[in-house]
Design a protein. Structure first.
Length: 155
């Protein structure tokens, strides 16, 4: 897993950075595109489900200067490290992910990793509650109610 780029997108009143996350499980690879606010929502949700997540380094919100290229690169690097810590923890706590890793299983555990994020947020408020814990025994939820997410519009 890696965050391979960050780029500005949005209209005149909603310019924001989107992070391109590259994920590969065996021969299956895909990219997802997420705003910082979506990472923040993921972090808040995971902390509720597993207190160990709160010990992982997560970059704080910043409203002034958050478009500066050095800031964006540092945030990209820290978000990448955070996702790698989450993935390592997920692998350590889910034997099925070790024995038979695949894209569908990962997305069922953490919908954030789906190409259409089903746990999106809007200005810091979740659109739908989630109750499953990806760090407990494997759950086979079939909730496929995707929300909206930013789409890649080119560099």
């Amino acid at each position: 897993i890696g965050i391979i780029s960050a780029f500005l997108t949005g209209g005149a009143t909603d310019v924001h950075h989107v992070y391109q996350v590259y994920i590969r499980i065996r021969d299956d690879e895909w990219n997802i595109y997420r705003r910082y606010a979506q990472f923040y929502s993921l972090h808040k949700e995971l902390k509720k489900q597993d207190t160990l997540i709160s010990t992982f380094d997560f970059p704080p919100k910043k409203t002034i200067g958050n478009k500066d290229s050095r800031f964006v690169e540092e945030r990209r690097r820290r978000l990448q490290h955070y996702l790698r810590c989450v993935m390592n923890h997920l692998v350590q706590t889910n034997l099925n992910l070790v024995s038979a890793p695949d894209k569908e299983l990962l997305i069922s555990l953490i919908p954030f990793f789906g190409e259409v994020c089903s746990a999106t947020e809007d200005r810091g408020r979740r659109k739908r509650p989630t109750s499953r814990n990806p760090f407990s025994r494997l759950s086979h939820s079939t909730d496929n109610n995707p929300g909206s997410s930013p789409q890649y519009t080119g560099l």
